[in-house]
Ligand binder design. Structure first.
Ligand code: ZN
Length: 364
């Protein structure tokens, strides 16, 4: 679960979503994991047969509120099987769509897009500024401690901080145990004002590290909210191909690389393709955004009749590569990411992925 939080932070999930641990106990010890797009009977049977103790899917197995668990019906039957065999079920849905390195980025990689940006930014990390007053003798220790705790990241630079020298004054009151000065006497000390920037979510950790490294009984510090934001995340991506290609050629490449047997095209103009916008799953809602951002083509799944008409109105080429088509790659890719994480942390876990899932739609 810690690995999944790294790969697809829960904070990135859409409000209506239901990611996370859906069946099981967070304390359960996991030895074998299978990843998949959907939790269905085939996956559950494979998990039982091959003794997997956790299934990680993209689509949440439990999405709508359950009002009954009838074991004579498909859903109830699967829940019963999962519980009986002690198999945990976890989902990373829209948080995995939005996350850096998530499904949308996997598609960009597959199609070799560069200059990739978010299509629809829906999360921007809140940043704060920390200013701490520390005696000159301990300025370096405090600066390094807060840097080690994760403060001071600006782009690819870490431990960023600014120091200003000045004079601190204080009067220790009765009952104190001052590091410098005496009770009842105003002390004046050469101090440094140390400033740095950090994500609001790690504020407590940084303050703890700062207080630990600070010599004073009462460390004087301030935290300010900032208008600027840090890392962004969001659904969909927009990027550029290495070279301009005709629409049909691009569409054929999409079909080939996704290893699917059909795609649907809404061809609205003869423009060659350079700028590509995409959103895995059902992303027709970002069609106008793709047009506004100057995309030559928009690729998504689950396109409806009126959405195809909208593409014509907007004069943007549209490819419906299917919901399954744009997302099945997640099963293998997620297994790979988890495996890397497990190896790095020396976890003895076996990870596999659902190799038999098929698009429910077939073409005649
Ligand atoms: Zn989906």
């Amino acid at each position: 679960m810690e690995a999944m939080e790294r790969i697809a932070p829960r904070i990135l999930a859409e409000e209506w979503d239901n990611p996370g641990l859906l069946i099981g106990d967070p304390a359960q010890k996991i030895n074998k994991i299978i990843t998949c797009l959907d939790v269905n009977e085939a996956v559950v049977n494979e998990a039982i047969e091959k003794k997997y103790d956790m299934i990680i899917s993209h689509h949440p197995f439990i999405f709508h509120a359950l009002k009954k668990i009838r074991t004579d019906l498909p859903m109830g039957k699967l829940i019963q099987k999962l519980l009986k065999n002690n198999i945990a079920v976890f989902a990373a849905h829209t948080n995995l769509d939005s996350a850096k390195g998530g499904i949308n980025d996997m598609l960009c990689e597959l199609w070799h897009l560069h200059n990739v940006q978010m299509l629809n930014v829906n999360f921007a990390e809140e940043l704060v500024k920390l200013a701490v007053f520390v005696p000159k003798s301990h300025a370096k220790a405090v600066r390094l401690a807060i840097g080690k705790a994760g403060a001071g990241y600006i782009g690819n630079y870490s431990y960023c901080a600014f120091e200003m020298q000045g004079m601190g004054h204080f009067l220790p009151l009765a009952g104190t145990n001052p590091y410098i000065g005496e009770i009842g006497k105003i002390a004046s000390v050469d101090e440094v004002k140390l400033e740095t920037i950090l994500p609001a979510k790690i504020k407590d950790r940084v303050v703890r590290a700062m207080v630990k490294a600070h010599p004073y009984e009462e460390a004087a510090y301030e935290i300010y909210p900032l208008k600027m934001t840090g890392e962004t995340a969001g659904l969909g991506r927009i990027g550029e191909l290495e070279k301009v290609v005709p629409f049909e050629e691009f569409a054929a490449m999409v079909k080939d690389t996704l290893q699917i047997d059909h795609i649907r095209l809404v061809r609205t103009n003869d423009r060659e393709i350079k700028k590509v916008a995409l959103c895995s799953g059902a992303g027709a809602e970002f069609l106008s955004t793709a047009k506004m951002r100057g995309a030559d083509v928009y690729i998504t799944g689950d396109v409806k009749y009126h959405e195809a008409q909208k593409a014509q109105e907007l004069n943007i080429n549209l490819i419906d590569a299917g919901h399954f088509g744009t997302e099945y790659l997640v099963a293998k890719a997620l297994a790979g990411k988890l495996d890397t994480y497990a190896k790095k942390n020396k976890w003895n876990i076996e990870i596999s992925y659902d190799k038999v899932a098929k698009d429910p739609f077939v073409m005649l």
